[in-house]
Write a protein that binds this ligand. Structure first.
Ligand code: NAI
Length: 272
């Protein structure tokens, strides 16, 4: 339909074709948007992103999202190419405690610090860079990806739960100033468990995914569903939606239990 015709953006976090950012880039392209793709230099070494760049006619600019210098360079490239920007997708997450299997009760605090810098503070750094360069068009849209562990307990999600709570808070706190002074909206999308590299790194992930799918009246939202919602949030149809954490989860966040889950549990008890 071309609902992003004429819109320009920056998309962070497309690692491979399962990535939420990858699917979002494809959908944004289909809807007429132009964008710069970016990821950490180490992730770009895998080279997969070049296929996405070809398919979407995009330039790839390396940037570690924790480095203000890298971010400044990235935004300079985007500004040079597009002038002002209409949308930004922050689709970045990483916990070293999760990756190395460190239990939450035995947290390594150096890893914690690195993890929150990558997963939460980088969102502030991205917005700060755009703010300082005054490069967002009026009615622009900035999005980051979150997970319901920011509000509820999911053992195994570890310090990523705290990182997501921090991320959502940054969206609201900075989003206030973006709205007030620049007419730009800032939101987070709280997505169902999704089989990606980051998702599958979490201990017990398959259980989270299957239970969420069972409990949600509409079933889990896929990465493609998330891409559709990102497109909508970047479009002019959502101009005054801001400071929100939007659940894209098939209804999971408002459920207690489903009949299916109860039946499976009871049947399991009877068999044991
Ligand atoms: P993914 O592994 O494809 O994407 C994560 C991205 O973060 C990768 O592209 C990685 O290179 C990038 N990244 C890591 N460190 C970075 C750094 N220092 N600078 C720049 N980029 C860096 O996985 P996915 O699932 O697409 O993750 C995207 C977002 O969605 C993350 O914020 C994740 O927490 C969130 N999310 C994922 C869910 C899932 O079940 N997969 C559920 C809810 C939210």
């Amino acid at each position: 339909m071309g609902i992003l015709q004429g819109k320009k953006g920056i998309i962070f976090g497309a690692l491979d074709e399962n990535s939420i950012a990858w699917k979002t880039a494809m959908r944004c392209h289909e809807e007429g948007a132009e964008f710069v793709l970016t990821n950490a230099p180490v992730a770009l070494r895998m080279g997969e992103i070049n296929k996405l760049a070809e398919d979407t006619g995009s330039e790839v600019v390396p940037a570690d999202a924790t480095s203000m210098e890298d971010l400044s360079n990235l935004f300079d490239v985007a500004i040079e190419k597009f002038g002002k920007i209409d949308f930004i997708l922050h689709s970045i997450g990483m916990s070293i405690n999760v990756r190395k299997g460190k239990h939450y009760t035995e947290m390594n605090y150096d890893w914690l610090t690195k993890g929150w810098d990558i997963s939460a503070v980088s969102f502030h750094k991205v917005m700060r860079t755009a703010w300082d360069k005054d490069c967002m068009n009026d009615w622009g849209s900035i999005l980051a990806l979150s997970y319901i562990a920011a509000q509820r307990v999911y053992p195994g999600y570890n310090d990523m739960a705290d990182n997501k709570a921090y991320l959502e808070s940054i969206a609201r706190s900075f989003g206030y100033y973006w709205g007030k002074e620049k007419k730009v909206r800032v939101n987070t999308i709280s997505q169902s468990p999704t089989a990606t590299t980051a998702g599958q790194g979490v201990s017990g992930f398959d259980g989270f995914l299957q239970i969420a799918d069972e409990v949600s009246p509409l079933g889990n939202a896929t990465a493609d569903d998330c891409a559709d919602l990102c497109v909508m949030m970047f479009s002019d149809f959502t101009k005054r939606v801001t400071l929100q954490n939007l659940y894209n989860d098939g209804g999971y966040s408002n459920m207690g239990v489903s009949e299916g889950l109860v039946n499976k549990f009871i049947n399991g008890l009877e068999k044991s």
